[in-house]
Ligand binder design. Structure first.
Ligand code: GDP
Length: 139
């Protein structure tokens, strides 16, 4: 079993897609380990996306991620990181495969409905950024 981290982003929460996205994730065999709604602060969003700090879209991304509530998720299944990337689809919805969350619900390359960790090491860091070890059943 592997854990991964996901965010249902402000665009998808605001347009009422939370339930549909959670259904898709569960249908693909993920167990929801922890889940919390939050409105990210600027410093939380900046820290979360620090790896993109030099990218031209960084400020815009931080503004987007703080514009409204998100749903933070700790998810578990076999090969969770890779499988969630498949459920999520390509960053740009124009390139996302049929049936993926981003194909179904993303508005643009930035407002793309959902985040999913890109590697097991990243997942561990991102899970610990938002959830404590009790929430992650790691005690
Ligand atoms: P992901 O792993 O598919 O989420 O993609 P990245 O890690 O490359 O980018 C993180 C997030 O930054 C994406 O999910 C988008 O919300 C945003 N983003 C990525 N590329 C672009 C871009 O070229 N322009 C804009 N405006 N936002 C982008």
């Amino acid at each position: 079993m592997q854990k991964t981290f996901s965010i249902i982003k402000p665009d998808a929460v605001a347009t009422g897609k939370t339930g549909k996205i959670l259904s898709l994730i569960e249908e693909k065999g993920f167990r929801i380990v922890a889940m919390r709604m939050a409105k990210l602060s600027q410093s939380q969003a900046e820290g979360f996306y620090a790896v993109h700090a030099e990218r031209p879209f960084y400020r815009s991304l931080v503004t987007f991620m703080t514009e409204g509530p998100v749903v933070l998720l700790a998810l578990e299944r076999e090969d969770a990181v890779l499988k969630l990337r498949e459920v999520m689809g390509a960053t740009n919805p124009a390139n996302a495969a049929e049936g993926t969350v981003r194909k179904l619900y993303a508005e643009s390359i930035e407002r793309n409905a959902m985040h999913g960790s890109d590697a097991p090491e990243t997942a561990a860091v991102e899970l610990a950024y938002f959830f404590n070890s009790i929430e992650l059943n790691q005690l």
